[in-house]
Design a protein around this ligand. Structure first.
Ligand SMILES: Cc1cc2nc3c(=O)[nH]c(=O)nc-3n(C[C@H](O)[C@H](O)[C@H](O)COP(=O)(O)O)c2cc1C
Length: 372
């Protein structure tokens, strides 16, 4: 009997289901899980349900333009790939496939410090790409990463500021999370930085980060980084309006409003809930991006309406990678792209510049009078 063709997932949620069916439990749990009770994982999604779109009719829009720019770089859609660790546990081609998928979709790939393919291998496969930096206690290691990323052509440095220690992900503790044989943190030559060897107490990643990352990172370190690189610096993991202000005072060119997909501090504020106050505090000093829970085109429209320049996705493209390698990453992005284009048309928005605050209203009866 001929094998039945498996239908392609129709949306991002279906990619998660397809990936769950394929991946080993340890890998699936690592990608899916959040910290503690996953209150923030759910809150990130729930925040979008607090808003509704207020579409405009007869706007004379025949076709929409989904393109935008981030730090001057043109992208085909206002969705970028967030940095995520260890792609070779999802697919044998790892970050090389992800970079190709992002390039084909016309957007930016952010390569994680703890990638399983080295900076120099990924760069030739990538379109425009950013490097995500974790600051190691050993500043020589940190400096080396920054210099290698710059030399290889990264367009920006995304500095993750919400991991002084790893959030406690109980599934990883239970699974004694470690990498499959032959899969290593490929940006490092030394065993101490390459492998998650100590899984005796639970998650090997908790042990690794505890030993390697600098828990005492401060705004001075951001200044130090700005002094050793020409790349624009984008702190990732900002939630408080005062931190947004401080980031721009300390030389950030853009910020990512993020709670690490609910994987760090559980019960941290949902990113969409944090966004309006951050936008207000930033006073237009730089671009603001958001990640966490983006699963539909309408989520992207809401984030843009509330002041984000662009959004990033994490888990959904890793599911795409697991299911279909580079083509899977590209398809996840193209599904979102098509949704965004349809949603913009249905809202009467000809281009992303037309997505403004008037497009969203809080859940509940509309008030009479002009929209704010
Ligand atoms: C499997 C996985 C690995 C991640 N690894 C990193 C990382 O290495 N560096 C980082 O800054 N953020 C990392 N993140 C956080 C993402 O960059 C992003 O903030 C988050 O996934 C966005 O939420 P979403 O998954 O709901 O889209 C990771 C997230 C996941 C799911």
């Amino acid at each position: 009997m001929a094998e039945e063709a498996v239908p392609l997932p129709l949306n991002l949620a279906e990619y998660e289901a397809a990936a769950r069916a394929m991946l080993p439990r340890m890998a699936f749990d690592y990608i899916a899980s959040g910290a503690h009770d996953e209150v923030t994982v759910r809150a990130n999604r729930a925040a979008f349900a607090q808003w509704r779109l207020l579409p405009r009719m007869l706007a004379g829009v025949a076709a929409v333009d989904t393109t935008t720019t981030v730090l001057g770089q043109p992208v085909a859609l206002p969705v970028l790939l967030a940095p995520t660790a260890f792609h070779r546990q999802a697919h044998p081609e790892g970050e090389l496939a992800t970079a190709r998928g992002a390039k084909a979709a016309g957007t930016i790939f952010t390569l994680s410090t703890v990638a399983t393919s080295a900076i120099e291998e990924v760069a030739p496969q990538a379109g425009p790409w950013w490097f995500q930096l974790y600051v190691y206690q050993d500043r020589a290691i940190t400096r080396d990463l920054v210099q290698r990323a710059e030399a290889a052509g990264a367009a920006a440095l995304v500095v993750t500021v919400d991991v002084p220690k790893l959030g406690r992900r109980e599934a990883d503790e239970r699974n004694h999370f470690t990498l499959p044989p032959g899969v290593v943190a490929a940006n490092f030559a030394q065993a101490g930085q390459q492998t998650l060897s100590d899984t005796s107490a639970g998650s090997g990643l908790t042990a690794y980060i505890g030993a390697q990352f600098d828990p005492a990172l401060s705004w001075d370190d951001l200044a130090w980084l700005a002094g050793i690189t020409k790349l624009p610096i984008i702190p990732k993991g900002i939630l408080a309006p005062d931190d947004a202000r401080l980031a721009f005072q300390n030389g950030a060119r853009a910020i990512v409003v993020s709670n690490h997909g609910g994987r760090q501090l559980d019960s941290a504020v949902a990113t969409l809930d944090a966004l309006p106050a951050v936008v207000e505090a930033a006073q237009g000093q730089g671009e603001i991006y958001l990640d966490g829970g983006i699963r539909r085109g309408t989520d992207v429209l809401m984030a843009l309406a509330l002041g984000a320049r662009a959004v990033l996705i994490g888990r959904p493209y890793v599911w795409g990678l697991a299911v279909g390698g580079a083509a899977g990453v590209q398809r996840v992005l193209s599904l979102l792209h098509e949704e965004i284009a349809l949603d913009m048309l249905l809202c009467g928005c000809a281009n992303v510049g037309a997505i403004d605050r008037a497009l969203v209203v809080p859940v509940g009866p509309l008030r009479a009078g002009p929209t704010p």
